[in-house]
Design a binder for this molecule. Structure first.
Ligand code: SF4
Length: 291
C-alpha cells in the first residue's frame, strides 16, 4: 500500500523535475518562437532563454532562481486511505532543502519566512476524487514576477466578447516586460470572482498545443493569441514577434448579471509537472517522460 512517505518522496522528485525541466510543449513553443524571429535582439533573448534551459537540464539545477510558490492539483482514487496532503507538505519541506527550492513563502503581514515554503494554506492544494486507481499530483511552481501581473475584471454582460478582448489586451500591455515574456496566459471567463481566477490558473495546466474542445472558445484562443503577438512587446520586453507563447481559456456558466474575466500571467518558465503514484508504488511522470 502507498504510504505518506511514498507521497513525500514522489513530491520531492516531482518538484525536482518541474523546476529543472520544462514540459515538451513549452520547449517546442520557445523553439518555434526563435525560428520566426528575424530581428537580432529578440533572437538573442530567446537564445539566452534556451541556453539557460539547456544549462539547467545539464546541471540538474533550477532554471530560474525564483522557484515560485507551490500550487497543487490532486486527484485521489475513491477510498484513498493515505494522507496525501501530509505527504505533499512534507515533500515540499524536503524539496526546499534537497532540490533546493528558494524559500519564497512568507506570512503576508509580518513577512516572516519559515524557510521551508510551508505555512498557512501553503502549499495550496486543490483536491478532487476521480475514478482512477492511482493518485495523481500536479504541481505548478509559480514565480511572483508573472503572478503579480495577473488581473480580475468584473465586466458587465453588455461589454460582451469585445470587453473580454479589451480586458485581456490591457492586462498584457500593463504587464509589458515585467513577467519575463514571452508569456503564457491562462484566461478564465464566467463563474464568480473566485471561480474565474481559479479557472484562469487551471487553464495554465493545459498543454500549449491543445485548443479548447469547444470550437467557439478555441477560435477566441487563436484570435487573442494572434492579436497579442502584434503588440511587439517581445521576448523580455525588448520587442519582437512573440509576446505570448500560448494562451488557454477555461470557462464556467455565470450569473445573468455578471461577466467575470481573469487573466493569470505566466512567464517563459511555464513550469508544471505531474506524477502518478500507482497502488504498487510505481511512479509515472507524464509531463516529464524524457527525464
Ligand atoms: S517571472 Fe518567471 S522567469 Fe522571471 S524571475 Fe519570475 S519565475 Fe523567473
Amino acid at each position: 500500500m502507498v504510504t505518506e512517505t511514498d507521497v513525500q518522496n514522489a513530491v520531492v522528485e516531482l518538484l525536482r523535475k518541474t523546476v529543472v525541466r520544462l514540459p515538451a510543449d513549452v520547449k517546442s513553443a520557445l523553439k518555434a518562437a526563435a525560428e520566426i524571429e528575424t530581428e537580432e535582439v529578440p533572437r538573442m533573448q530567446l537564445k539566452a532563454i534556451m541556453d539557460n534551459i539547456a544549462l539547467a537540464e545539464e546541471g540538474n539545477t533550477p532554471m530560474c532562481q525564483d522557484t515560485g510558490v507551490t500550487i497543487f492539483y490532486i486527484t485521489l482514487p475513491r477510498n484513498c486511505e493515505v494522507d496525501v496532503e501530509k505527504g505533499i507538505v512534507d515533500g515540499v519541506r524536503l524539496a526546499t532543502k534537497e532540490v533546493p527550492l528558494r524559500p519564497n513563502a512568507v506570512q503576508p503581514l509580518t513577512r516572516k519566512n519559515p524557510g521551508d515554503n510551508v505555512g498557512e494554506r501553503m502549499p495550496f492544494i486543490n483536491c478532487k476524487v476521480g475514478d482512477k486507481e492511482y493518485i495523481e499530483i500536479t504541481v505548478m511552481t509559480k514565480g511572483a514576477g508573472s503572478e503579480n501581473m495577473s488581473q480580475l475584471g468584473m465586466l458587465t454582460p453588455s461589454q460582451g466578447v469585445p470587453g473580454i478582448k479589451e480586458f485581456v489586451l490591457s492586462t498584457v500591455l500593463r504587464a509589458g516586460g515585467n513577467p519575463c515574456p514571452p508569456m503564457v496566459l491562462g484566461i478564465g471567463i464566467g463563474g464568480s470572482s473566485d471561480i474565474c481566477m481559479k479557472l484562469a490558473k487551471e487553464a495554465l495546466l493545459r498543454p500549449l498545443n491543445e485548443r479548447h474542445k469547444d470550437s467557439e472558445i478555441a477560435a477566441l484562443e487563436t484570435e487573442l493569441l494572434e492579436a497579442l503577438n502584434m503588440l511587439d512587446i517581445g521576448p523580455m520586453g525588448l520587442g519582437g514577434r512573440t509576446t505570448v507563447l500560448g494562451l488557454n481559456i477555461e470557462y464556467a456558466y455565470c450569473h445573468t448579471a455578471s461577466l467575470p474575466v481573469a487573466v493569470n500571467v505566466q512567464c517563459w518558465a511555464a513550469r508544471r509537472g505531474t506524477v502518478r503514484i500507482h497502488p504498487d508504488g510505481k511512479l509515472q511522470f507524464p509531463t516529464h517522460e524524457e527525464g
